[in-house]
Each structure stands twice: as C-alpha cells, then as structure tokens.
Write a protein that binds this ligand. Structure first.
Ligand code: SAH
Length: 392
C-alpha cells in the first residue's frame, strides 16, 4: 500500500482524530497512488496512524477513513459505517426528509446522502467518495429499501477538489422532477435534479418548527425564503401575514405551491422577488414593520479572505432587520458560512443591534437538527448557527 509520510510534529491533528491531512503536512509519498486510492498515513517516527483516501488535486491530500491502520477499506467497511449512520438517525415516520449520511461527522468524508421519501440523493465530493460511490449507493439503496440514488456531485466543492461534475442516477430508477416530502405536517416539493445542495435545506428542520412559537396574529418577514419553509410554519401557527422574499422567481412560485399543497390559506402570503439587501432598505425607508423576521442568507463567507466582507454583509442585513422590527419583535438570524465562527457571528449581530439603537436579548442559540450530527473531532462540521433574538 502507498505510504504518506508526515513531517515531524504534523501528526497532532490526526492524534485528535481530525480526518484531514493537508498537503503541507506531508514530507513524502512512497508510491504513486491513483485518485481516491487507500493510503496509509505514517508519522515521522514510523508509526502507522490511519488509512485514508488519496486526493492529488486537493489541498487536503488525504481524507481519513479509519484511525485503525490494520483495518481493510473494502465493501464490508462501508457496509459497517453506513449501517452505523442509519442506526443513529431518528425514526423515519412523520418527517420524510432525513439526512442519512453527514460526511466527516459520520466518518465518511466527502459523502452526503439525504433521503426524500422513497428516493436517495447523494453528493460525493472527494476523490475517495467518488471511488466508492457506486458501492455506497448500492448498499444504501438496499438497506433503506428505496427506489434509487441520484448523484448530485456539482457546485464549488467539486471544483475545489479538482473533480468533474457528475449528476445522474447511480443505482435504481431516476427520480421524478419533484419529490413530495412531509415535514412537521407540511408538504414540500423537493427538486432533486436542480435544487440547491441535494434539493432542500434539511438542516433548518428544527428551526422551522421553532418559529411557530407565539406566531398568532403576527406579521412575518421570511427573507431568503427558498421554498417557503419558515413562512409556511408561521401561517400554520396562526401568523396573519407572511412576506416571502427571495431573489429567485421560480422558488417563490415553489413556495406558493407548497403553501397550496399544505392547505394553507393563500391570502396570508405575499411574494416579493428581489435582492434582500435592497428590499429591506426600501422597506426601512417606507417605515414598514414586522413582528417576526427570519434572515437565512446563503453562505456569505467563502474564504478566510472574504470573512471581513461577509461580516459587514451580515451586519448590514441584521441592522436592517433590527430597524424593521416592531416593539417586542423577534429575529431569527442565521449564518451557514463554515468560516464564520459562532462567537464572531453573535458579535456582528450585537453590533447591528447597537447601531440600530435597539435593546435586544438572545433567547436561544440555534443549530442543526439531530440528523446533522457534528463530530467532536471535526468542529468545521458546525457550519449552521443562528440566534433567536427578542427586541424591546
Ligand atoms: N430558509 C430557507 C433556506 C434559505 S437558502 C429554508 O428554510 O428552506 C437561501 C435562499 O436565499 C435561496 O433561496 C436563494 O435563492 C436566496 N438568495 C440568495 N441571495 C439572495 C439575495 N441577495 N436576496 C434575496 N434572496 C437571495
């Protein structure tokens, strides 16, 4: 087997069971591994530490499969890992959208698989994940009794890893254009072929439920609404008026269809296509008010260098939201940028409140649901953080 020999002292993160080996930590490679091939990682003193998948085109030159160097990375290995992932998941009963495999946090770096009713949709975003995707898909479809697994390996992660985009059925039949799912009694149509990520934001499941608290008679702004999630829950819980704001007209149409399929009254919803940064400013100038505001922007920090710029954008958005909130109003504000640390995000929101001249308190710290576990060894897995703030 090909060996990856680390520089002296560069074994520390592996001893803490962090699953990434950066190219700068490697002294030399003995052999010439192909993409995704299993390599053994050895420290400068000759201790065998772990087995990982080689990736010559990535800054992360190896992603660890196992910290037991005497194990074998084969079909049995993936069978066991996938079985373990599935047994950790909540029962598949009333919510039919579930993340089954959460990449590093489930010990399967680069493999993300979501279940939408009778279909699976997967992303295989590392050379190792690509090498084993067919096996993974076959095992998962068999274990779950689903109709097939659609691959959605596209987007910036693939480019960063030097992988070509790959979209199409891996195992079983091809899913339809839209898959209906149930979440907390509401119906959503998921677009597995073209939708963001694998088609839906399962990571906001718990927070969408949380917005229901105290919603009766409230005027709600759901900014960055995607297919309507937060707003649908608000109306379900008695909100009098919800504005869905998104830059995509197609997604606003989807939000309206989801409201209709969920049997919610049409007259409670207003749909607004536009750039949230501009619209919120416009509404502030018009002195428009809301009792509840949700801010769930896409990832604003895509690099360490972009962090300052992202912090300014988060501050601007949250400042506008504080200006638009009525007395006693609630703000659910999120950041899904892995680069943005939770404490920095809280500071940005606090600065925004001060600048807006509002006294506010944090009522809850928000995060992902149980089917998006975060390994203690892999803090980078905690990308989604949010705050539920109440203003005076
Ligand atoms: N809260 C949603 C997920 C939001 S995803 C849920 O629970 O499902 C982020 C959304 O922001 C996407 O729908 C995207 O179309 C939209 N978006 C991106 N940039 C935007 C902008 N500048 N203004 C308004 N919407 C934007």
């Amino acid at each position: 087997m090909v060996s990856l020999i680390l520089k002296a002292g560069r074994e520390k993160s592996l001893l803490r069971r962090h699953p990434w080996v950066f190219s700068g930590a490697v002294a030399r490679i003995e052999g010439s591994p192909g993409p995704g091939e299993t390599v053994v990682v050895i420290d400068a003193k000759g201790n065998r530490l772990a087995l990982g998948a080689f990736s010559g085109h990535s800054q992360i030159v190896a992603r660890i499969w196992s910290f037991d160097p005497d194990t074998t990375i084969d079909t049995h290995f993936f069978h066991d890992r996938l079985q373990r992932s599935l047994t950790r998941r909540p029962a598949f009963v009333e919510n039919t959208g579930v993340r089954l495999v959460n990449s590093e946090s489930d010990g399967l770096s680069g493999i993300t698989v979501d279940r939408y009713g009778p279909w699976l949709v997967g992303q295989f975003t590392s050379a190792g994940a690509q090498l084993w995707k067919q096996e993974t898909a076959r095992i998962l479809v068999e274990m779950t009794g689903t109709k097939g697994l659609l691959e959605r390996s596209d987007g910036e992660v693939c480019a960063q890893e030097g992988l070509p985009e790959s979209i199409g059925p891996l195992v079983g039949a091809a899913p339809p254009e839209k898959i209906p799912i149930q979440e907390h009694g509401l119906t959503y149509a998921v677009d597995p072929w073209h939708g963001h990520k694998t088609g839906f934001y399962l990571d906001q499941k718990d927070n969408r439920l949380l917005i229901r608290d105290g919603c009766i008679g409230m005027r709600v702004l759901n900014a960055f609404s995607f297919s309507g999630g937060f707003g649908l829950n608000a109306v379900m819980a008695g909100a009098s008026h919800v504005v869905h704001l998104d830059s995509s007209a197609a997604l606003l149409t989807q939000a309206a269809q989801n409201a209709h399929c969920s049997q919610l009254p049409d007259d409670r919803f207003e749909y607004c296509k536009g750039n949230a940064f501009h619209k919120l400013r416009e509404w502030r100038d018009q002195q428009r008010n809301f009792d509840v505001i949700v801010l769930d922007p896409p990832k604003l920090a895509d690099s360490q260098a972009g962090l300052q710029r992202a912090a300014r954008a988060y501050k601007d958005l949250n400042w506008l939201a504080f200006r638009l909130l009525a007395r006693g109003g609630k703000l659910l504000t999120f950041s899904c940028s892995g680069r943005m640390p939770a404490d920095l995000f809280a500071k940005v929101v606090a600065d925004a409140a001060v600048d807006a001249g509002r006294d506010a308190m944090i009522q809850r710290y928000l995060g992902p649901p149980a089917d998006h576990p975060v390994s203690l060894a892999f803090p980078e897995g905690r990308y989604l953080k949010g705050l539920l703030c109440v203003v005076d």
